[in-house]
Design a binder for this molecule. Structure first.
Ligand code: B12
Length: 214
């Protein structure tokens, strides 16, 4: 096996075992050896999280194991952060982002934040479990070009149309583009709630955001 592939596999294995500091060390080592952050994310960290996701779905592991693996994932992402979010000279535009109310998942959202920043956007990250009124307040306060909503649970998906309805009620809908994403979201769902865009992953999310400010 080629050295790089072996390095990536070791990161994946450490993530699955929930070894946060090992994931961090191995990620930093891979960066030092010239492996691109995109490759580390796509071929080491993400596959690890996918294994955890299916093991959890198959009831082979507990929620506590998922949480431990999530910490390891964050440790890897943290090591990639300086490379993914090097600020550009001038801002491409402003984005307000958050995970909707009732939803605590933030790994995907945090990654999107890093990539948006790396692409040159100013990002206001409202965090997780963000109530609709807090999204509205942020739109009024920061006047972003884009409002990005993340949801990972089928049960929290309805918070997205709620935010859009509220923007309409406040006559703010035309002032901001809305991008949605997360596990249960789809292109069809985005269209049905009249969001401006949907992206399946971080790379498509950046393309979409850039498209909206050009
Ligand atoms: C990690 C994890 C957790 C962790 C979260 C830790 C954290 N800090 O985020 C913890 C342990 C807390 C957790 C809890 C729960 N979880 Co959970 N979790 C996961 C898991 C395994 C991985 C998610 C992840 O981080 N993936 C890696 C990242 C990089 O990918 P991502 O999040 O999908 O993000 C990408 C895209 O979706 C997209 N994206 C994401 N957001 C956005 C936003 C925008 C604007 C755009 C454009 C794109 C975009 O881009 C990202 C990068 O490419 C998934 C399974 C899975 N494979 O998805 C289950 C999963 C999401 N959880 C699930 C469930 C059921 C739960 C619980 C209800 C379990 C329980 N019984 O308590 C709780 C709910 C807690 C709550 N109220 O939120 C289900 C959801 C099922 C559903 N459709 O509703 C899943 C799918 C597992 C399963 N197969 O059953 N979970």
């Amino acid at each position: 096996m080629a050295t790089t592939e072996l390095e990536l596999e070791l990161i994946t294995k450490a993530l699955i075992k929930g070894q946060a500091s090992r994931v961090k060390t191995l990620t930093l080592l891979a960066i030092e050896n010239g492996v691109t952050p995109q490759r580390i994310f796509q071929h080491a960290l993400l596959p690890g999280m996918q294994v955890i996701g299916s093991q959890f779905r198959d009831k082979a592991i507990y929620i506590s194991d998922v949480l431990i693996a999530s910490r390891a994932m964050h440790a890897g992402l943290h090591a990639l952060k300086p490379l993914l979010s090097q600020p550009k000279q001038s801002s491409l535009g402003k984005i307000v982002i958050g995970t909707v109310a009732g939803d605590l998942h933030d790994i995907g959202k945090n990654l999107i934040v890093m990539m948006f920043r790396g692409a040159g956007f100013e990002v206001i990250d409202l965090g997780i479990d963000v109530q609709t009124e807090d999204f509205m307040e942020a739109v009024i306060k920061h006047q972003p070009d884009i409002l990005a909503l993340s949801a990972m649970l089928t049960t929290t998906l309805p918070m997205m149309p709620e935010a859009i309805t509220e923007l309409e009620r406040l006559q703010l809908r035309d002032s901001v583009k809305i991008i949605i994403g997360g596990n249960p979201a789809t292109q069809e769902f985005a269209q049905s709630i009249k969001a401006d865009g949907y992206a399946v992953d971080v790379f498509k999310a950046v393309d979409l955001a850039v498209q909206f400010v050009q």
